[in-house]
Design a protein around this ligand. Structure first.
Ligand code: ZN
Length: 147
């Protein structure tokens, strides 16, 4: 994974209220992640073709959300544990934005628009019926819709 443009996550949440976060990631048009390239294995979800363009993942960490974000950004050691790890450790995947917010994870997910990229992605414990916590926004560049 290439390094994000910023070394530290920006924090739009009030102190002590953070816990939810968004990660925007970009997959290049060529050559590996497109429909014509090899599929990406997403843990137990199996292999998937991901269209090139912008993706937004929303997650939450009840404890130490900033450390979780740093882990997602490759600033801390990690093994492949969460679905998003399989995406973010892809060598052509570039993290382009992150945010820490105080609003609920599923509400943050709903704000992103786009469409479900892979059913069930990141939503193992979702109670709101999101379908997935990874949204595909298309090939255009859009900022994170934070709090
Ligand atoms: Zn949800």
């Amino acid at each position: 994974m290439r390094r994000p443009p910023r070394s530290a996550p920006r924090n739009s949440a009030a102190p002590g209220s953070e816990g939810q976060y968004g990660v925007a990631a970009q997959l290049p048009a060529v050559p590996v992640a497109g429909a014509a390239g090899p599929p990406l294995r997403i843990g137990a979800l199996g292999e998937h073709h991901l269209a090139p363009g912008r993706y937004v993942y929303t997650g939450s960490a009840r404890r130490h959300p900033r450390a979780r974000l740093e882990r997602h950004l490759g600033l801390r050691p990690r093994r492949l544990r969460w679905h998003v790890d399989y995406l973010l450790t892809h060598p052509d995947c570039q993290v382009v934005d992150v945010c820490l917010v105080a609003i609920e994870e599923c509400a943050l997910n709903a704000r992103q628009g786009g469409r479900i990229a892979i059913p069930g992605f990141g939503a193992s414990d979702c109670q709101a019926g999101c379908g997935a916590h990874l949204r595909y926004l298309g090939a255009g560049v859009a900022p994170l819709a934070g709090g």
